[in-house]
Design a protein around this ligand. Structure first.
Ligand code: FES
Length: 146
């Protein structure tokens, strides 16, 4: 299987791996196709709604690591509304593509970011236009990512 240089770079040196203490929002999702798990933490400025920090942890494959690394880089510094435009398609383009059998791996980051935004919105009693309830959110304690 052939990976782009950018995919290999983000796989070998993933950015933003880890956790955020007292995050503004957390999202954990499972990949329906392979069963792998991803958790995303967001730190959001309460006034400007800018994502100040974003970290991830995953039990996913190399493509999941690379796409999550790129996705966290892309959402940092964006507002919660702009972050919705960071789709798996946008992440794959930023990585110069993924082999077709690995496209489903890139969905983990997008879905986990959406789940974390949903969590943030629920905690703060706000509605984020264009954000729908995550299908596969796994609640705290049910997933084995820590
Ligand atoms: Fe599961 Fe890639 S095979 S995330």
């Amino acid at each position: 299987m052939k990976y782009s240089e950018k995919v290999m770079d983000h796989f070998n040196n993933p950015r933003n791996v880890g956790v955020i203490d007292q995050p503004s929002g957390v999202g954990t999702v499972g990949n329906a196709r392979c069963g792998d798990i991803m958790r995303i933490y967001l730190d959001i400025d309460p006034d400007t709604k800018v994502i100040r920090d974003c970290k991830f942890k995953t039990f996913g494959c190399g493509a999941a690591v690379a796409t999550s690394s790129m996705a966290t880089e892309l959402v940092k510094g964006k507002t919660i509304y702009e972050a919705l435009k960071v789709t798996n398609q946008a992440v794959m383009e930023a990585l110069d593509g993924l082999p077709p059998v690995k496209v489903h791996c890139s969905l983990l980051a997008e879905e986990a970011i959406h789940a974390a935004l949903w969590d943030y919105a629920e905690k703060n009693g706000i509605v984020i236009e264009g954000l729908s309830k995550p299908k596969t959110d796994i609640h705290e304690g049910e997933a084995a990512v820590s």
